[in-house]
Write a protein that binds this ligand. Structure first.
Ligand SMILES: Cc1cc2nc3c(=O)[nH]c(=O)nc-3n(C[C@H](O)[C@H](O)[C@H](O)COP(=O)(O)OP(=O)(O)OC[C@H]3O[C@@H](n4cnc5c(N)ncnc54)[C@H](O)[C@@H]3O)c2cc1C
Length: 406
């Protein structure tokens, strides 16, 4: 039976970074990544952006070239899903029934795209955008498609709408809430992006519930709860993820909507760590609430903390959250977490398509959303990191660089 000193489950952002950080910090033991997808670790963000739009070829998505992993003796066990974990025996079992033993286990399995529960949700032509195979399937069908309904007005839905509009498809976007990005941003940002999408011909349906997907062999339309039908040859579902943690929870790990980890990314099971989208952790930037963050930043930073902890190097996860989204020629950069803000101040004129939204809680800057405003993003990070108490008039005065307020 094969054994690795460190076994990583999940060949995504967190898994790749954990292996990189282990070797960078001098780890000389045996190391393997077991991944459900057949691919070497690749960047997921372009899937709904440049890769979908045809602006970036697959080869440029790889996090490292194939030789990198070989040179560092990182065994890649790809196309294999781990289905169970035996914490006492320090072993995992794959779907093919193979048992792999480990000294330490890093669980970096991310999540699976949430599917529609309504009828027709499984029809041909209904897609999600979580991995390469999803997008490749969608791209094969696209030449035969004129109308697409995107379900979900979060970042992935909006990015897909932008990419498909650019490719000349007519896009209708259905969002259950009264505004797009309702879970992650304040109203000024939502309204700005809504106007941008509408200006490019996207038909936005806000406060609209999907009743079912219509079609016999393949999707022909999306029926809304008000009885109207949006005709379409393709539907894209962007309604979030379900964290991939069942084997860990079944093995007794604490958690629920994710697996619970401490500040060193340790789960409640011995020698098992978890990082990235699947890791439920107390986050200082969410007032200590236990949350999961779905971002490259979080996956990379937690992976580095887990790697250091395994090597006995002191490390705490306390990173400032950041994220980006590209839609059309707009580059949104966010820092901090805006949930729970009691004021959202617009800095600059959205009409110029370069502005920021500063979020405050009890006078402290807790987050910034910066649209085509890289200076604000770079300079504002410090305000968020330190929870600076800032004068609202100064924050909205664009003649004053944010670094002056730090
Ligand atoms: C379309 C899209 C666009 C995004 N855009 C952005 C962006 O602009 N900015 C940003 O910061 N973040 C973005 N994200 C989020 C970001 O990609 C994720 O937060 C990040 O990939 C999380 O890394 P991870 O290692 O936790 O999970 P992943 O990168 O998802 O890797 C997990 C891997 O584990 C595999 N796996 C799952 N279960 C098992 C199992 N049982 N056994 C073996 N392998 C398993 C999965 O197949 C997957 O390959 C985007 C995500 C998507 C899908």
């Amino acid at each position: 039976m094969i054994r690795y000193d460190v076994l990583i489950v999940g060949a995504g952002h967190g898994g790749a970074q954990a292996a990189i950080a282990l070797r960078q910090n001098g780890f000389a033991g045996t190391l393997a990544i077991v991944g459900e997808e057949p691919e070497l670790p690749y960047e997921r963000p372009p899937l709904s952006k440049e890769y979908l739009a045809g602006d970036k070829p697959w080869e440029r998505l790889l996090i490292r070239q194939p030789g990198f992993w070989e040179e560092r003796s990182v065994a890649m066990l790809l196309g294999q899903a781990v289905v169970s974990v035996d914490p006492a025996g320090h072993g995992v079992t794959t779907a093919a029934g193979e048992m792999i033993r480990y000294g330490s286990l890093i669980w970096a399995a991310g999540g699976h795209a949430r599917r529609l529960g309504c009828s027709g949700g499984g029809l041909a032509g209904v897609h999600t955008v979580r991995n390469r195979a999803d997008v490749d399937r969608l791209l094969v069908e696209l030449p035969e498609v004129a109308r697409v309904v995107v379900i979900g007005g979060g970042y992935i839905g909006l990015e897909a709408a932008a990419a498909l509009t650019k490719l000349g498809r007519h896009v209708t976007l259905v969002e259950a809430q009264g505004r797009v990005l309702a879970r992650v941003a304040g109203e000024p940002l939502s309204r700005f992006f809504e106007a941008e999408h509408r200006a490019r011909g996207v038909d936005l349906r806000l406060g609209a519930q999907v009743d079912c997907i219509e079609g016999t062999d393949r999707v022909t339309g999306v029926r809304l709860a008000d009885g109207s039908v949006l005709p379409a040859e393709m539907a894209i579902v962007g309604i979030g993820i379900v964290p991939a943690v069942e084997p860990l929870l079944a093995a007794g790990a604490r958690g629920g909507n994710g697996v619970l980890v401490d500040g060193q990314c340790r789960t409640s099971l011995p020698d098992i760590f978890a990082v990235g989208d699947c890791a439920l952790h107390a986050n200082r930037f969410a007032e200590g609430a236990c949350i999961r963050l779905e971002s490259v930043q979080n996956a990379n930073d937690q992976a580095s903390v887990a790697a250091k902890t395994i090597l006995g190097v002191e490390a705490d996860y306390d990173a400032v959250p950041w994220f980006w989204s590209n839609q059309y020629d707009l580059k949104l950069q966010t820092v901090g977490l805006s949930a729970g803000h009691d004021a959202a101040l617009v800095r600059g004129d959205p009409g110029t398509r370069s502005f920021s939204v500063a979020y405050l809680r009890e006078g402290r800057v807790i987050a910034l959303d910066c649209v085509n405003a890289i200076k604000d993003y770079v300079q504002g990070r410090k305000l968020v990191a330190e929870g600076t108490v800032a004068d609202p008039a100064a924050l909205t005065d664009t003649s004053r660089p944010l670094k002056e307020l730090a």
